[in-house]
Design a protein around this ligand. Structure first.
Ligand SMILES: *[C@@H]1O[C@H](CO)[C@@H](O)[C@H](O)[C@H]1NC(C)=O
Ligand SMILES: *[C@@H]1O[C@H](CO)[C@@H](O)[C@H](O)[C@H]1NC(C)=O
Ligand SMILES: *[C@@H]1O[C@H](CO)[C@@H](O)[C@H](O)[C@H]1NC(C)=O
Ligand SMILES: *[C@@H]1O[C@H](CO)[C@@H](O)[C@H](O)[C@H]1NC(C)=O
Ligand SMILES: *[C@@H]1O[C@H](CO)[C@@H](O)[C@H](O)[C@H]1NC(C)=O
Ligand SMILES: *[C@@H]1O[C@H](CO)[C@@H](O)[C@H](O)[C@H]1NC(C)=O
Ligand SMILES: *[C@@H]1O[C@H](CO)[C@@H](O)[C@H](O)[C@H]1NC(C)=O
Ligand SMILES: *[C@@H]1O[C@H](CO)[C@@H](O)[C@H](O)[C@H]1NC(C)=O
Length: 552
């Protein structure tokens, strides 16, 4: 057995050279630190079942707790240390090692979580994200009582979440996002009082959030979008005063947003959408001055936009679209709005001003509300602002501030009195193309952003896009593909080389269409995700959307 790689490598030794370590290493050279044979056997069996036979970073066939697995200088989260294990060799006076960390990340393992894992009883960290694990989340995970970080995100696991997970009293972070689970969250998860991070978005779970979750007051981050949660958003979440991020989009919750949320003043990122039945107001955000992202779309929010919205100095992304907001756009969006606009104009007089808002990309989506009145001066600052489908009225003094926006107000006035078109065809996100039957699909290749619209110069049709890709940096609102798509009828593969992507709402408007009965054909092809049959983690994405045609 090797004494230790550390002793043999002067470089590494220099890094960790301290008296305590010297003694520790000496004692190791007398005996030999060896991995608990039960764990060795379990690990080998697990890796065999997962088809992992070769690991560059440590000796998988011999002593697992060797090499980088016991180097203090390597972190389990290092990307090139994968698969990776970490061990703690301080047991039995430094003669026994136990495996404490196991990571097999983004390896597209097609397998189940095997029983042998229950033998790794010293695990504090397990990360199996981005594979293709099937079967259930095993109940025996509840026996791994040292566990602090458990992450099984982006897999094909199914069945219910075992109650036994509630035994893992030391859990700090739990993630089972993007799986195919079903059933409600077990109330036992409310026992995880140390939990600070919970990632359960797109996991398939449903039902009400258990009342036992009221105890989870150490929660800092909770992502729970795209599930089928029902009932009300619990009042007790207002008691989780350490919360900095909360995502509750795309569930089946009823309003209102609890008034207790006004106590969540550390929130930097709040996303709630698709609340039904009961309306809310924006009163609860009064003291949330740390917000950088606020998404409250499609929640039946009524009332006005708070006039103090200018005090939210860190706010970069604001989406209040698809609500019932009335009144005017507040005149002060941010304190230095008009000045920072001048600053952008390169006026050296203002060179000393903080450049806060002029540099940060500010996205504001207020589309689909009932806003009216006059635009404040800041609307022309350097930001993306979507005001489509409100009740603004224009005259010659302001019609050109946002060209053609007047066509996209609630009453869609353009060409309305004198309809002149009876058909149109659009190549979403791409160049003009002609179908086999001669129909010309007009070019629609504008650089749409998170809050933007475009009206053709003939005012024949328009497009508006709303919504942000929050977690895909630098992403575009089009998708390209070289895939050969068959079965497109009169449309060949060329039509499916490009497509529009929208994380929120993508709308096409026919303006000035004659009255009558129309046929509407929508053509879809999935060109973004891998084919399901490939059984890779990239095939596990789901695209969920509604199609509305004139409110139907
Ligand atoms: C490891 O776990 C399996 C399944 O729980 C069990 O049957 C086996 O006895 C364990 N192996 C050892 C070496 O303890
Ligand atoms: C791995 O360990 C085994 C047994 O300890 C040893 O025989 C083998 O040479 C080692 N392989 C490498 C690549 O270090
Ligand atoms: C998800 O589970 C359902 C049954 O609950 C099953 O019909 C479906 O095929 C599963 N989907 C995937 C991607 O595994
Ligand atoms: C919030 O916490 C306080 C103190 O622990 C408790 O009395 C109260 O019932 C909690 N509120 C809710 C809605 O659970
Ligand atoms: C906010 O917290 C304070 C102190 O815990 C409590 O008295 C108050 O009722 C809470 N506010 C709301 C709206 O729940
Ligand atoms: C929107 O507000 C108006 C009055 O301001 C009200 O009549 C209407 O019911 C509200 N609609 C929704 C969906 O809340
Ligand atoms: C345009 O100006 C008129 C007054 O000249 C005003 O009534 C109207 O509200 C303004 N519209 C916008 C969108 O600012
Ligand atoms: C859209 O297509 C036209 C014509 O091919 C081209 O000139 C223009 O640069 C394209 N716009 C974008 C944003 O790609």
């Amino acid at each position: 057995m090797k004494v230790s790689l550390m002793f043999q490598s002067p470089v590494v030794f220099a890094i960790i050279c301290s008296c305590i370590y010297l003694l520790f290493l000496v004692s190791k050279s007398n005996g030999q630190a060896t991995t608990d044979p039960i764990e060795v056997k379990a690990l080998n069996s697990i890796f065999q079942q997962w088809g992992i036979s070769d690991v560059s970073s440590w000796n998988i066939s011999g002593e697992p707790c060797s090499g980088v697995a016991i180097l203090n200088s390597t972190n389990i989260d290092d990307t090139d240390f994968n698969p990776g294990i970490k061990c703690n060799c301080s047991y039995n006076n430094g003669s026994t090692c136990h495996i404490t960390h196991l990571k097999v990340y983004e390896k597209d393992v097609n397998s189940v979580i095997p029983e042998e894992l229950a033998n790794l009883t010293y695990l504090t960290y397990l990360n199996l994200d981005r594979n293709y694990f099937t079967g259930s989340m095993p109940t025996f995970l509840g026996q791994l009582s040292a566990m602090q970080n458990l992450s099984l995100a982006i897999n094909a696991l199914s069945g219910s979440i075992p109650k036994a997970i509630g035994n893992l009293k030391d859990l700090i972070s739990l993630s089972f996002s993007s799986n195919n689970f079903s059933g409600a969250l077990p109330s036992q998860l409310g026992n995880l009082v140390k939990l600070e991070e919970l990632y359960i978005d797109s996991s398939g779970v449903s039902g009400e959030i258990p009342t036992s979750f009221g105890s989870l007051v150490n929660m800092r981050i909770m992502w729970a979008s795209d599930n089928n949660f029902t009932g009300k958003i619990p009042d007790f979440i207002g008691n989780w005063t350490k919360l900095t991020e909360l995502r509750f989009q795309g569930n089946s919750f009823q309003g209102p947003i609890p008034a207790s949320f006004s106590n969540l003043t550390l929130l930097t990122d709040l996303r709630i959408s698709e609340l039904s039945n009961v309306s809310s107001t924006l009163d609860f955000i009064k003291d949330m001055k740390a917000l950088t992202t606020l998404v409250l779309r499609n929640n039946m929010i009524s009332g006005t936009i708070p006039s103090n919205i200018g005090e939210y100095e860190k706010l970069q992304r604001l989406d209040l679209s698809f609500n019932n907001l009335t009144g005017q756009i507040p005149s002060s969006l941010f304190n230095l709005s008009s000045l920072s606009h001048l600053f952008l104009g390169n006026n050296s007089l203002f060179g000393a001003l903080p450049s806060q808002k002029s540099s940060s990309l500010l996205n504001i989506d207020l589309s689909y509300n009932q806003l009216s009145g006059s635009f404040p001066s800041w609307v022309t600052s350097d930001l993306q602002l979507n005001l489509v489908a409100n009740n603004f009225i224009f005259d010659s003094s302001n019609i050109s501030i946002f060209p053609m926006l007047n066509c996209l107000q609630r009453n869609f006035p353009c060409n309305r009195a004198s309809p002149r078109y009876s058909s149109f065809a659009i190549k979403c996100g791409g160049p003009e193309l002609t179908a086999l039957d001669g129909v010309v699909f007009e070019r629609e290749n504008k650089s749409l952003g998170p809050a933007s619209y475009y009206v053709t110069n003939t005012s024949k049709w328009a497009v508006s896009n709303a919504g942000m890709f929050y977690d895909r940096k630098g992403s575009l609102y089009t998708q390209n593909s070289l895939a050969q798509i068959t079965g497109g009828g009169t449309l060949n593969s060329e039509f499916f080389r490009t497509a529009r992507l929208s994380p929120g709402s993508l709308r096409y408007y026919g303006l000035g269409l004659e009255n009558g009965t129309y046929n509407v054909s929508l053509h879809f092809a999935e060109i973004g995700y891998d084919d399901q049959s490939s059984r890779t983690w990239k095939s596990l994405g789901r695209r969920v959307f509604d199609v509305y045609i004139q409110n139907f």
